[in-house]
Design a protein around this ligand. Structure first.
Ligand SMILES: O=C(O)CCC(=O)C(=O)O
Ligand SMILES: [Fe+2]
Length: 216
C-alpha cells in the first residue's frame, strides 16, 4: 500500500473553551525539525524592532518582528502599516504543511489558504505582546489564525472580553501549532506576558488570510 506523502505527526486536539474554537497540535513538528526551523529563521529573517505609539507616545515594541506574504496582503496592526516581504522558502514550506494538516478540520472562508505570516521574535523573558485580539477588518469575520511556536516555551494567556471570570493559559511548546478560529477573536483577547524567570528565545509565526481592501 502506498504510504501517505504526508507522514509528519499531525494530530490536533480540541481545547474546550466557551465562545472559542481552538485546536492544539502539541508536536506539529518533531524536535529535530523544530530546532532546524528555529535556527534558520533566527539567522535569515530580517528582524526589526518596530516603533508604535501608545497614547501618542512613541515606543519600541518589546520584541522583534517581520511580515511576509503575497504582494497584495497588506496588513495594519497596532497602527503599523506593514508591506509584506516576498515569501521565504522555509515559510512557504511551513505554510503548506499547516494548510495540508488543517484541510477538512478547519473551515476557512474563501480560498483555503493563508496569504500572510507575521513573525515575532521574543529574545528573552523581557519580551512580550500585550492583550489584543486579531480582529482587524482585513482578516474578515471568524478568521482562522495558525500559530506555530519554536524555541523556548512561553505562556499564551487568554481572557474573555465580557466574562471576566473566564481566563485560560496554554504553554506553547517548541514545535507546537495552535489554530484559533470561529468566534475566538470576537470573544477573547490573548497575550504573551513578560516572565520573571529566564526564558530561552522564542519565535512565533502567525499565518493569516488577509482580504485586501479594495482601493476605490
Ligand atoms: O507569540 C504568540 O504566541 C502570539 C502572537 C500573536 O498573538 C500575534 O502575532 O498576533
Ligand atoms: Fe494575536
Amino acid at each position: 500500500m502506498q504510504e501517505s506523502l504526508f507522514d509528519t505527526p499531525h494530530r490536533g486536539e480540541q481545547i474546550q473553551l466557551e465562545d472559542a474554537t481552538l485546536l492544539y497540535y502539541p508536536r506539529f513538528y518533531d524536535e529535530a525539525k523544530a530546532d532546524e526551523l528555529f535556527r534558520v529563521l533566527q539567522l535569515q529573517i530580517p528582524w526589526r524592532q518596530e516603533q508604535t505609539r501608545i497614547a501618542g507616545i512613541p515606543r519600541l515594541q518589546p520584541r522583534l518582528s517581520a511580515g511576509f506574504g503575497d504582494a497584495d496582503a497588506e496588513y495594519t496592526y497596532s497602527g503599523l502599516h506593514l508591506l509584506p516581504l516576498p515569501w521565504h522558502p522555509h515559510l512557504l514550506d511551513i505554510k503548506n504543511d499547516i494548510e495540508h494538516a488543517i484541510a477538512g478540520e478547519v473551515k476557512m472562508r474563501g480560498p483555503q489558504h493563508f496569504n500572510s505570516v507575521l513573525l515575532n521574535y521574543y529574545r528573552d523573558e523581557r519580551d512580550s505582546m500585550g492583550w489584543h485580539s486579531d480582529d482587524e477588518t482585513e482578516l474578515g469575520l471568524q478568521p482562522v489564525i495558525a500559530s506555530l511556536s519554536l524555541g523556548g516555551s512561553r505562556t499564551f494567556a487568554l481572557k474573555h472580553r465580557e466574562r471576566k471570570d473566564l481566563r485560560y493559559k496554554i504553554p506553547l511548546a517548541h514545535g507546537s501549532l495552535l489554530i484559533m478560529s470561529g468566534d475566538t477573536q470576537s470573544h477573547w483577547l490573548h497575550a504573551i506576558a513578560k516572565e520573571t524567570l529566564a526564558c530561552d528565545a522564542r519565535i512565533n509565526l502567525t499565518f493569516r488570510q488577509i482580504f485586501p481592501s479594495k482601493i476605490i
